[in-house]
Design a protein around this ligand. Structure first.
Ligand SMILES: *Cc1c(COP(=O)(O)O)cnc(C)c1O
Length: 384
């Protein structure tokens, strides 16, 4: 699904040198490497504060701790996503409220958010799934009307732009009150181990969060709030500093692969290619242009509409083509997150998507020959 080796070969010299420098400096935790990465990412995202931490799941948990959310508070998030999002909500004894998604973007459906709001609702967690922003115009308007926090889960969207209806263009993860991301190796900006970060433009919240990540300390050995220990280590920061200047090129390479996939699958029966929704540059988005950068294709996900998805996955495996089903089970049906409040009729889209979606290899090193082989194999099987 990913080719981390091929990508490493391109930046080997820089990574090797800076990782060795960290080892020689023995500043393994925090120190100048982590600080420089933080500053460089703040500049890239155009956000006031980046707070590095140990992984993307911690990042989500810490944002919720930093906002002072309390047991019983209801947090609305998408039913169709990775479990980390709902897991931390439940761990903090907050109440997850899962809602359906939009069939074209796979992202949380603003109309479903509206229906799920109660007097206990405190926050919305949109996940920019597969590399494309959720509908932040609608989500921010709902949040404003109901006085809710917006926490963006940007683990799959780093580097993507969002264009507001008024034309303003910003990076995903800088729109809500606070955002989290992951530097897991296969993410668009991945390190060589675990890593994560929190972004916010709110000075007070950034201060609170800097204490939460460090045992609740604002002054050494004074524990003012309950915190955690969640750090990005300097070796990972060195890898991320080597990769960050290439992030836009990496995302261009992903888009280029997505465009080739789309061209091959265009007008093929029983296959729905991913839709690019953002208002981007105002052109026909199914062409996936680089100008607006509104989809960074963390995953390239097709819908197979004739019931052959599972057989296709098997067939691809048999032919040495990796593929993934993200995600095969809706979160509301997971044993850990079942709740009497859920009604199957409220999840028509997720319940459909879990039967149809299949993600193809997507990374920065895909070549034309590989794409031709993959697309030919898919097309022949789906309509055989
Ligand atoms: C990867 C991911 C996470 C978790 O990140 P980790 O670094 O693996 O903890 C959270 N949310 C989403 C949407 C993700 O894709």
């Amino acid at each position: 699904m990913v080719d981390l080796k091929g990508q490493y070969e391109q930046i080997k010299e820089q990574v090797d040198t800076s990782v060795l420098e960290v080892i020689h400096s023995t500043a393994f935790i925090n120190g100048p490497e982590v600080h420089s990465f933080q500053k460089e990412l703040e500049e890239y995202l155009n956000v006031k504060h980046v707070i590095p931490c140990a992984n993307g799941t911690d990042a989500l948990q810490i944002t919720m701790m930093g906002l002072g959310l309390e047991p019983g508070d209801e947090i609305i998030t998408a039913d169709f996503t990775f479990a980390a999002t709902v897991e931390v909500i439940a761990l903090l004894r907050l109440t997850p409220v899962l809602v359906d998604v939009d069939p074209d973007s796979f992202n949380i459906d603003p109309e479903a958010i509206k229906k799920a709001i109660t007097p206990k609702t405190k926050a919305i967690v949109p996940v920019h799934l597969f590399g494309q922003s959720a509908n932040m115009d609608a989500i921010m308007a709902i949040a404003k009307e109901h006085n809710l926090y917006v926490i963006e889960d940007n683990a799959q969207g780093i580097g993507a732009n969002y264009k507001f209806n008024d034309g303003t263009i910003v990076k995903t993860g800088t729109i809500g009150h606070v955002a989290s991301t992951s530097f897991f190796p296969s993410k668009n900006l991945g390190c060589y181990g675990d890593g994560g970060a929190i972004f916010t433009n709110d000075d007070d919240l950034a201060h609170t969060i800097r204490g939460v990540v460090n045992h609740g300390m604002y002054k050494r050995y004074h524990h003012d709030v309950v915190g955690v220990n969640s750090r990005l280590d300097a070796i990972q920061a060195a890898v991320l500093r080597a990769k960050l200047p290439n992030l836009d090129n990496y995302n261009n390479a992903r888009r280029s692969a997505a465009r080739k996939y789309n061209n091959a699958f265009n007008n093929i029966p029983n296959i729905i290619t991913p839709k690019v929704e953002g208002n981007g540059c105002g052109t026909n988005h199914n062409t996936i242009c680089d100008t607006c950068n509104c989809h960074v294709f963390h995953q390239y996900t097709l819908r197979i509409t004739n019931g052959k998805r599972d057989d296709l996955a098997q067939h691809l495996n048999d032919n040495g083509i990796p593929c993934g089903v993200y995600y095969p089970i809706p979160l509301h049906s997971q044993k850990a997150y079942r709740d009497d409040r859920y009604n199957e009729a409220d999840f028509p889209v997720t319940n459909q998507l879990i039967k149809e979606v299949i993600s193809l290899p997507m990374h920065t090193e895909l070549d034309d020959e590989q794409i031709a082989f993959i697309t030919k194999t898919v097309i022949e099987f789906v309509n055989s």
